[in-house]
Write a protein that binds this ligand. Structure first.
Ligand SMILES: Nc1nc2c(ncn2[C@@H]2O[C@H](COP(=O)(O)OP(=O)(O)OP(=O)(O)O)[C@@H](O)[C@H]2O)c(=O)[nH]1
Ligand SMILES: [Mg+2]
Length: 394
């Protein structure tokens, strides 16, 4: 049907395997490395290390936010309820601007090119569709999702619902939001006690950092999280999680480096019960998805958790690094074969023009994106809202 599409499909680039990282990633604002400890122990974080601007949930009924502490100057003159509503609206606006700003590289690649495409055009014809196809594919939307979008846009044109090229972008945004809206139960850490979350993914995608940010959100919502240093494989991984624990004032369960990760998880569930923790978040080693033995280790951690608490883990979150583009999809496919993934977290959307990759991920995997990472700070994890994201992207 479309020339460019046929041409490109044949010479689509081969997918590269992920690069294994050697170096331990640092917690951004560097802190001293704690001394190593031998036995299983709790590391209580220090209080009040940082105060932070907090993100509001993006409207998917997820975690409640801690109050921002900001007040409206004229609150006294406005009825209490509407003042609160106005503040919420203003806050949403600020968060959306930040999301848009962080996604600017992806937005430039997609939205700006769509704008240039329709500039001066009177109708949406085959040439426009051809060029649109090229824009979508080269914005990491993938062959299948691109085809689906083109079909839906063509249908709208045929039905005469879409005739003005100036409205093409809006139509695409709506269709992208539809693809991103994967039907799934909500992420609800209050649904069990303790609510156990396993975080998995290949080396360097941002698992440990995401766990720090997620625990910070969970704590701000009023629940008490507990972190589990299940990455006993990489040197300094335990310390990295401990530094996050200190920074956000959340306890960390650890054993010494090289210990069996499933034993750490087992002990952590005991500790969670003893401490009445609400949410347990288990960090895992960065896995090369081609190394079957490492996948087996993940399954073992899963089995041990389940033995201790038959309904757990309640969420298995796969972390994907958006900067790896199409490679993120092949990682997700392989992890899904091994684990019953309940949701995805896409990280590093701030540093890449490949943010469009979220569209084929949702289209192909039909897994909900739970959160997105838009920076290295503790407030840079946001609940994923398909409409908001589509709007920020396009
Ligand atoms: N810009 C940006 N950087 C991020 C984001 N999330 C994580 N990072 C950075 O990515 C790097 C790797 O993060 P880690 O959390 O160590 O990744 P990991 O998956 O735990 O890595 P391994 O433990 O080696 O498997 C760190 O430098 C993080 O600060 C994000 O959303 N945006
Ligand atoms: Mg890690």
């Amino acid at each position: 049907m479309i020339r460019w599409f046929r041409r490109k499909k044949e010479d689509a680039p081969a997918q590269e395997p992920p690069v294994e990282r050697e170096e331990a990633a640092e917690v951004p604002e560097g802190e001293e490395e704690p001394a190593g400890r031998d036995a299983v122990e709790m590391c209580e974080g220090e209080r009040g290390r940082e105060t932070a601007e907090t993100d509001a949930p993006a409207g998917q009924g997820e975690l409640e936010e801690a109050p921002s502490g900001e007040t409206m100057e004229s609150a006294g003159e406005i009825p209490e309820e509407s003042a609160e509503e106005a503040e919420k609206g203003a806050q949403r606006g600020r968060f959306f601007s930040r999301l848009r700003e962080r996604l600017h590289r992806s937005r430039e690649r997609l939205a700006d090119r769509v704008d240039r495409l329709v500039l001066g055009k009177k109708i949406i014809d085959a040439d426009v569709m051809d060029d649109l196809e090229e824009i979508l594919i080269t914005s990491d939307l993938g062959v299948q999702a691109t085809q689906l979008l083109l079909e839906r846009v063509s249908d709208r044109v045929k039905r005469k619902e879409l005739q003005d090229p100036g409205r093409l972008r809006e139509a695409l945004r709506e269709e992208i939001a539809r693809i991103l809206s994967v039907d799934a139960p909500p992420f609800d850490p209050a649904a069990a006690k303790p609510f156990v979350i396993m975080v998995i993914g290949v080396n360097g995608v941002g698992k440990t950092t995401t766990i720090g940010k997620l625990a910070h959100r969970i704590k701000a919502s009023g629940l008490s999280p507990l972190l589990v240093a299940g990455d006993t494989f990489r040197a300094a991984a335990i310390e990295q999680l401990e530094r996050w624990g200190e920074r956000i004032d959340v306890p960390v369960i650890r054993q010494k480096s090289g210990a069996d990760p499933s034993a750490v998880a087992f002990d952590a569930l005991d500790a969670a019960q003893a401490r009445k923790a609400d949410v347990v978040i288990v960090d895992t080693a960065g896995r090369m998805h081609t190394k079957v033995n490492l996948m087996e280790e993940l399954k073992k951690v899963h089995r041990v958790i389940q033995k201790k608490m038959p309904t757990a883990p309640h969420e298995i979150l796969l972390v994907l690094d958006a900067t790896t583009g199409q490679n993120a999809i092949s990682q997700a496919r392989l992890f899904r074969e091994a684990m019953n993934i309940t949701g995805l977290i896409l990280t590093k959307l701030d540093g890449t023009a490949k943010g469009g990759v979220i569209v084929p991920i949702c289209h192909e995997l039909k897994l909900p994106v739970r959160f997105i990472g838009i920076g290295e700070g503790m407030d840079d994890l946001r609940p994923f809202d398909p409409r908001e994201f589509a709007e920020a992207l396009l």
